[in-house]
Design a protein around this ligand. Structure first.
Ligand SMILES: [Zn+2]
Length: 164
């Protein structure tokens, strides 16, 4: 059995009720959200959005990496984004390990990951402040673009806006 058969079967059903789409690739609500890959997060649902509304950028820890900055530049200048919300979350796995922890875990499986930076999070507030600053001070992004941070509580479903 193919490891992906369940997904292809589900998609065949999905497409049966898919009436086509008039949407373009531009973000209809002018929004980009940077959030974590955590499987408990439904970015569209928790923000009252629907497909077509926003660009969703996800990675481990909702970190503003070089690739996130690259993607935001494209989102702003090509795809209609005018505001950015950075949204880490409570109980994040990235805040429970350090880079040396991860290197030790992979090393135990015979894999050397020391050339990778995992951007693990020692202090979530500090990491969010750092990541917001990276966007706000990027020479490639509009200086007056609204940029906000908020932490999503995976237990209550509530967003807590940050002061940074
Ligand atoms: Zn996470």
């Amino acid at each position: 059995m193919d490891a992906f058969d369940d997904l292809y079967a589900a998609n065949a059903k999905f497409a049966q009720n898919f009436g086509g789409s008039e949407l373009t690739g531009r973000a209809a609500r002018g929004l980009a959200v940077v959030t974590c890959m955590d499987s408990r997060i439904d970015p569209l649902g928790l923000l009252g959005l629907k497909p077509g509304d926003a660009k969703i950028l996800r990675n481990a820890g909702a970190r503003v990496t070089d690739d996130v900055l690259r993607t935001l530049v494209l989102a702003v200048y090509v795809l209609g984004v005018e505001r950015v919300l950075v949204m880490p979350h409570t109980d994040c796995g990235m805040a429970k390990v350090t880079d040396p922890d991860v290197h030790a875990l992979t090393s135990a499986r015979g894999v050397d990951t020391r050339s990778l930076e995992f951007h693990t999070v020692r202090d979530q507030s500090e990491a969010l402040r750092h990541d917001l600053t990276r966007i706000r001070t990027s020479p490639f992004l509009p200086a007056d673009m609204p940029v906000a941070g908020a932490i999503y509580d995976v237990r209550t479903g509530l967003l807590k806006p940050s002061d940074y």
